[in-house]
Ligand binder design. Structure first.
Ligand SMILES: [Zn+2]
Length: 134
């Protein structure tokens, strides 16, 4: 069975790990959304936060082409690291896939896509979140 690479940020919604949603929090005082775990609001410092599921589409806010990957990077090199802005406001940093580099454009619409990363010996397959052009 596949497992989320980070259950605080990605909830899988089927057993194969091909469907899922990003998780975050919405501040009940000021309405700001954050991606991933939070214990208080970065806007108003309230701790009155509710967990929410974030949208599966966003826009490419910024990107960089990584030619020297971090140690242990399991994917192709070079790869595109994108900063994606979600409709709710927070930004998510992740790889942009299925897009030739010359087609990358700031402001383009992208959608969430999940990929399996091979398990280390004896471990479960990990599901990671990435973005692709809509
Ligand atoms: Zn707040």
């Amino acid at each position: 069975m596949a497992v989320s690479v980070d259950t605080r940020r990605l909830k899988l919604t089927n057993e194969e790990g091909t469907e899922g949603v990003l998780l975050g929090f919405c501040c009940q005082e000021c309405g700001i959304h954050v991606f991933g775990p939070a214990t208080f609001c970065q806007g108003c410092s309230s701790s009155n936060l509710a967990q929410v599921e974030l949208g599966k589409q966003g826009i490419l806010y910024s990107f960089t082409i990584v030619r020297i990957p971090p140690q242990g990077w399991p994917g192709d090199v070079p790869y595109v690291l994108g900063q994606i802005e979600l409709p709710e406001g927070p930004q998510v940093l992740a790889e942009v896939v299925d897009c030739p580099h010359e087609n990358l454009k700031i402001g383009m619409a992208v959608e969430l896509t999940l990929r399996l990363v091979e398990a280390a010996e004896g471990g479960s397959e990990r599901v990671v979140y990435k973005w692709r052009p809509v």
